[in-house]
Design a protein around this ligand. Structure first.
Ligand SMILES: *Cc1c(COP(=O)(O)O)cnc(C)c1O
Length: 339
């Protein structure tokens, strides 16, 4: 039994999801004729109270499309230094949009309204034009940390006052919504655009959605084509997405519970140094002492069929998801107690 905590992207479709995919009726989505895609996009838009949505192959693409539509070459994007759009999208902000970044040293990947305001460039020909603020909720590199919505509201006010657009990388937004008991509509009314991943903790094999106004999504659809992301009979994937939005959101609290149980076990071990607060489905902890490095501890766990990643020379990350059963959590706890 392999217990895979490397990422919440490793999940495989369940029988229920596969069944829904098999039953999909499909058409050519580049012609706008795939009924499942149209239904999924409408369903997601309604869920967030936003005007429209666009299905894309990945969260990198939904983020990069949003940045492309919201900026002009030479503009500047404000984001936290740990953010996925900066760290893990292959330099896409520069590559695709010709924009620069103003990095904020936030706390666990989360920024404050004051930090955002301080990061805005003055209206001066020497300076890049600040045009976009991008937040990440939950923050991946912040250990699944969640915003307090009151801070997002303040950031929104700063954006309104300075005429900046506000994007949300919500790859794991549903984890935050479940952990904080918040409604998607709250986010829909606040952000100009939202990216959500269906292929993370929601358990789909492929897919992300970009949400925004009708006009924004119209522009985004054009950029998606330019980026090579227009898909044809994508309704098979839409069926998985509809299934996930219907069945796999409330159960996320289970993943959060599992993460806390394993975290408690880790905290009793000598090799566990600083651990980021476990708010959702991610554990990031430091490995200390003479017995293990992050790499050798990950290797040791791997010999026990427990897979996780050393994300830095000193840190290990474990991500919980719907293919992790209570039995696997029990087994993990036993192995950790024994190593
Ligand atoms: C996974 C992830 C993405 C998108 O990743 P893809 O693999 O391109 O779907 C975006 N933002 C965050 C925070 C992520 O964790």
């Amino acid at each position: 039994m392999i217990i895979d905590y490397r990422s919440d992207t490793v999940t495989k479709p369940t029988h229920g999801m596969l069944d829904a995919m098999m039953k999909a009726s499909v058409g050519d989505d580049v012609f706008g004729e795939d009924p499942g895609i149209n239904q999924l996009e409408q369903m997601a838009a309604e869920m967030f109270g936003m005007e429209a949505a666009l299905f894309c192959p990945s969260g990198t693409m939904t983020n990069q499309i949003a940045i492309k539509v919201h900026t002009r070459p030479g503009d500047e994007v404000i984001c936290d230094k740990l953010s996925h759009i900066y760290q893990y999208e292959g330099g896409g902000i520069a590559f695709n949009s010709g924009a620069s970044v103003k990095l904020i040293e936030g706390m666990r990947g989360l920024v404050t309204a004051d930090e955002v305001e301080a990061g805005i460039n003055p209206d001066d020909v020497h300076k890049a034009k600040t045009s976009l603020v991008s937040l990440e909720n939950t923050s991946n590199r912040g250990g699944g940390s969640c915003y307090d919505f009151s801070e997002i509201k303040k950031i929104k006010n700063v954006c309104v006052n300075h005429n900046l657009t506000l994007h949300l990388d919500g790859a794991r937004l549903f984890n935050a919504l479940v952990a904080k008991n918040e409604s998607p509509k709250l986010y829909g009314e606040t952000f100009d655009s939202i990216s959500i991943c269906l292929s993370k903790s929601l358990g789909c094999p492929v897919g992300s959605l970009l949400l925004g106004t009708k006009d924004f999504i119209k522009q985004s659809r054009r950029i998606r084509k330019v980026f090579g992301g227009g898909m044809r009979q994508a309704g098979y994937l839409a069926a998985a997405g509809i299934y996930a939005l219907t069945h796999n959101i409330n159960r996320l609290s289970e993943d959060h519970k599992h993460a806390k149980l394993v975290a408690q076990t880790l905290l009793k071990k000598d090799f566990t140094g600083h651990m980021l607060p476990v708010e959702t489905n991610i554990i990031i902890f430091e490995v200390v002492g003479h017995h293990y490095t992050a790499k050798s501890l990950a290797e040791k766990l791997r010999t026990n069929d427990i897979y996780c990643i050393a994300i830095s020379p000193t840190q290990i990350r474990m991500v919980f998801h719907l293919d992790i059963t209570p039995e696997m959590v029990q087994r993990t706890i036993q192995v950790i107690q024994a190593v």
